[in-house]
Write a protein of this length. Sequence first.
Length: 92
Amino acid sequence: MIQVFDVWAEWCPPCKKFGPIFSQVASEYGDRAVFTKVDADTDQGNEFLNEYGIRGIPTILILDSENSIIFQHAGILSADAFRSVLDSHIAK
């Protein structure tokens, strides 16, 4: 099963705009992927950013079952664009 991450921070206006989109789409796809929010301002979040080379937020990161990056996007996606990305990476 793929893992989908929303890397965000409380002070980030685009992150706040994307947050509800991430939550809505996660509720629709939750049985086909694992969805996790990663706060970039925590120690764990900072390690995550370093591990995956994330330099900007918000970032949507999708990992396969071996924790390899299969999709990475910095910035906001619309709900439809986010669904389209998920549809192209989730096994039917």
